[in-house]
Design a protein around this ligand. Structure first.
Ligand code: ADP
Ligand code: ASP
Ligand code: MG
Length: 407
């Protein structure tokens, strides 16, 4: 007998037939004699609908009320799945975040899971029932409902798996594993049998929506074996997250990610003296805005400089407001912004030992006439900022250039 955590995303629970299908997949594991906790997302489209209501009523919403509203989608599906399991003779009960409790920080709308006391889950499993857990939500230190950021049910699932000391955590979604790039925009993408935690972490944080970044961190920390599988073709193979040592063939680039959630801001003719970076990025940090890529150009006379950086597209209005308020302290002459940009990244642990990897990226993009406006690198990735209209062209060209195309 094993302990298993299963997670089903929005498309997997999009209607009653699909919820019945999920109940059958859970039943299979129960019939094998396993103890099972199932984490569910809201029906696909539901969270977007709820966010739409909030924005229409109150664009400058209180994040605590935002959480109360958006957590509702998962409440519905976890109750429905418990009912669907009961209907096929599998004893089950639903748990909302606060009932377990999934304890989180009070950073509403992007809370972090801090602890999951295992007693309630353990008691449910020991009594022979399936625990059906609402993903994405928890209860914050301020005793209010919290949510974990978009895509957060993956994180709920891995954290629940860690809390119950599960033998594995199976993430069921609408693709049959992690691919070399998003299979929806590159038909030549290949499924990976295995991916190293470090690479998955970069893929996720650079835009591959298949797993939420935080879920990969928790899997790494707590050594939870995670597989990504298809709900609609569960025997298709999937992808296993593993340690770097378990990957035999270390190609220089194993994956390509893209993110459209980007905006670019440029400040022109800033006085070039010590403290200027702090004057710019301090107000942004105070407003809770994450700055990502940064480039600075030194002007010819060495007295003034231009600075360009990126932030999440949704944060652009707030970033501009913070910078305009800080304008007297910074002393820039002009500020411009562009929300039609995207970040393309190449990722691979083999990059550490293969020189010239970035050059192939720059050459490939230039051959396609795609201009690069910002570059950033780390040990196992290179990211570039380009015009959003070229995302698909860039991803496909790079996928071929790094010989990732399916044969
Ligand atoms: P769920 O609702 O099950 O959580 P998501 O939509 O959040 O599903 O994540 C699955 C989607 O992630 C896929 O449909 C696919 O378009 C996208 N995706 C992006 N990059 C990748 C990748 N490298 N491999 C697989 N899927 C990816
Ligand atoms: N329903 C939430 C969202 O759409 C959480 C999730 O699906 O993982 O972001
Ligand atoms: Mg998801």
């Amino acid at each position: 007998m094993a302990k298993i955590a299963m997670k089903f995303g929005g498309t997997s629970v999009a209607d009653l037939d699909r919820i019945r299908n999920v109940a059958q997949l859970v039943k299979k594991e129960v019939d094998r004699g396993h103890q099972v906790a199932v984490v569910v997302s809201a029906m696909s489209g539901e969270t977007n609908k709820l966010v739409g209501y909030i924005n229409a009523l109150s664009p400058h919403y209180d994040p605590r009320e935002y959480d109360t509203v958006v957590a509702a989608g998962e409440q519905v599906t976890c109750g429905l799945l418990a009912l669907a399991l009961g209907a096929i003779g599998i004893p089950a009960r639903s748990f909302l975040g606060w009932q377990i409790p999934i304890q989180t920080s009070a950073m509403h709308a992007s809370a972090r899971i801090e602890d999951i006391p295992p007693e309630n889950l353990d008691a449910c499993l020991a009594s022979g029932k399936v625990a059906v857990v609402a993903g994405f939500q928890g209860v914050a230190e301020d005793n209010r409902v919290s949510t974990l950021g978009r895509g957060g049910s993956d994180t709920s699932a891995v954290a629940v798996a860690a809390a119950m000391k599960a033998d594995r955590c199976d993430i069921y979604t609408d693709v049959d594993g992690v691919y070399t790039t998003d299979p929806r925009i590159a038909s030549k993408a290949r499924r990976m049998e295995k991916i190293a935690f470090e690479e998955m972490l970069e893929m996720a944080s650079l835009g591959a929506k298949v797993l939420q970044t935080r879920s990969v961190e928790i899997a790494m920390q707590h050594r939870v074996p995670v597989r990504v599988l298809s709900t609609f073709d569960p025997d298709a193979g999937g992808t296993l997250l593993c340690d770097e040592e378990d990957i035999v063939e270390k190609k220089p680039v194993t994956g390509i990610a893209y993110s459209r959630d980007e905006a670019k801001i440029s400040l022109m003719k800033i006085p070039d003296h010590p403290g200027i970076a702090a004057a710019i990025f301090g107000p942004l940090a105070n407003a809770g805005i994450n700055v990502d890529m940064i480039v600075q150009n030194i002007s010819e006379d060495g007295k003034r400089t231009d600075l360009t950086f990126t932030c999440p597209r949704t944060e652009l209005p707030r970033a501009l407001k913070a910078l305009e308020e800080a304008a007297p302290a910074i002393g820039y002459r002009e500020i411009t912004s562009d929300a039609n940009v995207a970040k393309i990244s190449i990722i691979g642990i083999g990059m550490r030992t293969h020189p010239g990897v970035a050059q192939t990226m720059f050459r490939t993009l230039s051959e396609k006439g795609i201009n690069i406006s910002v570059i950033s690198t780390s040990e196992i990735k290179v990211s570039v900022l380009i015009a959003e209209e070229y995302v698909e062209l860039a991803v496909r060209a790079l996928h071929s250039a790094y010989e990732l195309d399916v044969a």
